[in-house]
Write a new protein. Sequence first.
Length: 94
Amino acid sequence: MDTVGGLIDKLITVDMKMWYAQEDLYKIKDMTFDEFFLEYRSRPGMKKLWEQFQKAIDLNLQRNVLIDELDEMLVTMIKEDNLDKYAQKKHKTY
């Protein structure tokens, strides 16, 4: 079972990966249609674009699942009024 901190850590990691995946797509925003056509008209170019979309979509789905898990855990914690069960004990790393 994940802790709240563990789920937040996973969510941050997926958010960062999604950010970088979308950066690849945002460069299209600044292209003219002719630049876009030259960049992606070939089969390798279209495959690259398809892979970028797939990656961004997959990461967004992972993000939504993690948000739902975190929401469910927080609701359960509040209903049970047992926060200790879901908290990770602090430990020193030195």
